[in-house]
Write a protein that binds this ligand. Structure first.
Ligand SMILES: [Zn+2]
Length: 92
């Protein structure tokens, strides 16, 4: 997606919060942090997705500005059944 296209609000992913999560990556050093969708929506508040990403500060290098990607639980259904949901998908 070109960078000048507006990003969707984070809350659009809420129906998938039990099986998906966000990864926020530093634009400078590439450090990446997984964050549950419900937690990310809460932290974002009333900011647009662009505003939220621009404000994020990297704990490693101090750079402001993050990239966002959406990830799904890659495990097969029987493993999910046995081991339960990914901890990151339980974040509130
Ligand atoms: Zn960084």
């Amino acid at each position: 997606m070109p960078r000048d296209e507006p990003l969707l609000p984070l809350s659009i992913s809420l129906p998938h919060a039990h099986i998906h999560y966000f990864a926020f990556s530093c634009r400078r050093c590439g450090r990446s942090v997984d964050v549950g969708i419900r937690r990310a929506v809460r932290l974002c508040g009333d900011l647009s997705t662009e505003e939220f990403l621009a404000r994020m500060r990297c704990r490693e290098c101090g750079h402001r500005g993050a990239l966002i990607t959406v990830h799904g639980d890659p495990r097969p259904p029987d493993v999910v059944e046995r081991d339960g949901p990914l901890p990151v998908t339980l974040e509130e």
